[in-house]
Design a protein around this ligand. Structure first.
Ligand code: RNT
Ligand code: ZN
Length: 414
């Protein structure tokens, strides 16, 4: 009997079919953020990273060209099990033959190489307008700027991105999630909290006035509580974003680094599922602040996965990663974080949710706690190893030897 067969029997005894779990996980797309590969720099401007987000560290070998970034994504993907989607930011536009288009004039053709890349790998593409690291970010404001020229520039960026998002969906045959996040805010106490939010609302209305196919593009709005240098006020707060989403019938996006430290996204998912057809997530790991550390197999990641699986919402939640660590090998960072998202989902798929819910409903909270703790000793690793080998990727730490080799042969020569 193999270890997997043994694990399969053990799980069967608590009503879990490991084959079904593996099948569901293999079909679940996770959107891989391209920006881990180059510290959120992109290819369209020489501006420093702005918007109150920060990468720290200067590990050698970061990607500085589209070819390098694509090669690094390929290397990472070869070590991550499961179905991936590519998550691009507008600043990753690829200009050829000396051509350039500013963000308000971007067109699908500026992403032709990415479309070709994704299609060749059978991947869908998600997209993000880039409202940071650009000279038109004035006084830390974009879509909420009181300067009409600035505001209009960024509205036009949003409209341009919407067309590109629809193009991605048409080309790949996979719906595109277009996520809007703006960094707009104030470092210190604002005199007027209302007007910037009113302008943000108006700007979003203008962007959404562009007709688009709602079965192909899902527009999401990501809220945030504060950013570095934007400590006192962010325009796109949780209340603003959820209200706007409900008012327009678009999709909410929660990034688990974007709330006060004792708030958890795992507790928010069920509420949003009750009132939205789809929801979207940025899975990250904040250490004391929205630090965007690499996702690990921690309690909150597992709890987020549990909420998705326990409520049978695998097809209602768009899962994306969003972290950026420049202090360690960037390819390894991708692999660690995405494998942990996969592992957390598998853990949730191997949990007898109906039985646990019944214990809650019969107020048997003692046995509920007993089971929650005992389940931690079930042989998840044996199912994980089986899943990885069926996906054709290394199951244990041997994946890292591949990254070390890649570092020696490719990254260190950059
Ligand atoms: C910033 C947001 C946002 C960005 C990316 C690069 O706090 O999380 O999603 O990380 O758009
Ligand atoms: Zn995010």
């Amino acid at each position: 009997m193999t270890r997997y067969e043994y694990a399969k029997d053990l799980y069967a005894k608590i009503g879990i079919d490991t084959e079904k779990a593996i099948e569901k996980l293999a079909a679940l797309p996770v959107s891989m953020h391209c920006w881990q590969g180059d510290d959120v720099v992109g290819f369209d401007s020489k501006e420093a990273l702005s918007g109150g987000i920060q990468t720290t560290g200067n590990y050698p070998g970061k990607a500085t060209t589209p070819d390098e970034l694509m090669a690094d994504i390929d290397k990472a993907c070869s070590l991550i099990p499961g179905k991936k989607k590519l998550n691009l930011h507008a600043c990753y536009a690829i200009f050829e033959n000396g051509e350039f288009a500013d963000r308000d004039a971007l067109e699908p053709k500026h992403f032709a190489k990415w479309v070709e890349y994704a299609k060749a790998r059978g991947m869908g593409i998600d997209f993000n307008p880039t409202y940071f690291s650009h000279p038109m970010v004035k006084d830390n404001l974009t879509l909420s700027s009181p300067d009409e020229e600035v505001r209009t520039f960024w509205v036009n960026h949003g409209k341009a991105c919407l067309k590109i998002a629809e193009h991605f969906a048409n080309e790949t045959g996979v719906p595109c999630v277009m996520n809007i996040w703006i960094p707009d805010g104030y470092k210190d106490i604002p005199a007027d909290r209302l007007a910037p939010r009113a302008r943000f609302k108006k700007s979003l209305d203008e962007i959404l006035s562009v007709p688009y196919d709602k079965s192909k593009v899902y527009i999401t709005l990501e809220s945030k509580v504060f950013g570095i240098g934007l400590e006192s006020y962010t325009v796109g707060s949780a209340e603003f974003s959820l209200s706007y989403v409900n008012y327009k019938g678009i999709t909410p996006l929660m990034d688990n680094g974007h709330y006060h430290p004792t708030e958890v996204v795992s507790d928010k998912i069920s509420s949003l599922l009750l009132f939205n057809e789809k929801i979207a997530l940025h899975v990250t790991r904040g250490v004391r602040w929205d630090s965007d550390h690499v996702v690990i197999f921690d309690d909150e990641t597992k709890e987020i996965a549990k909420e998705i699986v326990a409520h049978d919402a695998l097809d209602r939640v768009f899962i994306a990663t969003d972290y950026f660590d420049a202090s360690i090998n960037r390819v390894a960072a991708w692999v660690i974080g995405l494998r942990n998202v996969q592992k957390a989902m598998l853990n949730a798929l191997l949990t007898p949710h109906a039985e646990l819910k019944a214990l809650q409903d019969s107020a048997n909270t003692t046995k509920l706690l007993v089971m929650q703790e005992e389940l931690k000793n079930y042989p998840l690793a044996d199912v994980w190893n089986e899943y990885c080998s069926r996906c054709g990727v290394p199951s244990g730490e041997e994946w890292f030897a591949e990254v070390e080799k890649y570092e020696a042969e490719v990254l260190s020569k950059r």
